[in-house]
Design a protein around this ligand. Structure first.
Ligand SMILES: [Zn+2]
Length: 68
């Protein structure tokens, strides 16, 4: 089994510097990336990260309004 190709890591730009870590997914954010800033916290500019950060309750509309 040849592991050499895995030692290169993820296909991120080789010279990209890690600027921050996403408060949503915990992943690295590289220079030049678009981000969301929510209440001063930095997230990838991705819906998934935003949802992970906010962690909203999922309810039906009836439950949310307190109606039957
Ligand atoms: Zn993220």
């Amino acid at each position: 089994m040849n592991l050499d190709r895995f030692s290169q890591g993820l296909p991120d730009p080789q010279n990209a510097e890690v600027m921050a870590y996403c408060e949503g997914c915990g992943g690295e954010i590289y220079e030049g990336e678009d981000v969301y800033v929510v209440e001063g916290e930095i997230l990838h500019a991705e819906w998934e990260c935003l949802v992970q950060y906010i962690d909203p309750e999922v309810k039906t509309i009836e439950e949310a309004l307190g109606v039957e």
